[in-house]
Design a protein around this ligand. Structure first.
Ligand SMILES: [Zn+2]
Length: 95
């Protein structure tokens, strides 16, 4: 029970960082220990691995579409909806 709750919290924690992890945005880099924690979670969590795969595909699509333009707002919204769906109803952030 407690273990499951911790897993869900970690899924929520991971979901909020996968995008940054994949972007490797130099203006908002993940801490090395966060990357380690995220990778450790991805190694054991099928749900977040699926999320990472889906976000990789979205990112690849976005990068093809946005060579010269701003990101398509619909695509950005899709990413946000996807993250909301991933974390929706399973989180108790406590903050
Ligand atoms: Zn997870």
């Amino acid at each position: 029970m407690i273990k499951a709750a911790r897993m869900m919290l970690t899924c929520h924690w991971s979901a909020r960082r996968i995008q940054r992890y994949l972007d490797a945005d130099p203006s908002a880099p993940l801490e090395p220990q966060d990357i380690r924690r995220l990778e450790a979670h991805l190694a054991v969590c099928e749900k977040c691995r699926g999320a990472e795969q889906e976000l990789r595909q979205i990112n690849a699509a976005l990068s093809r579409w946005t060579v010269r333009t701003m990101p398509d707002p619909n695509s950005v919204e899709h990413v946000q909806e996807f993250l909301d769906r991933l974390t929706g109803g399973t989180t108790h952030d406590g903050t």
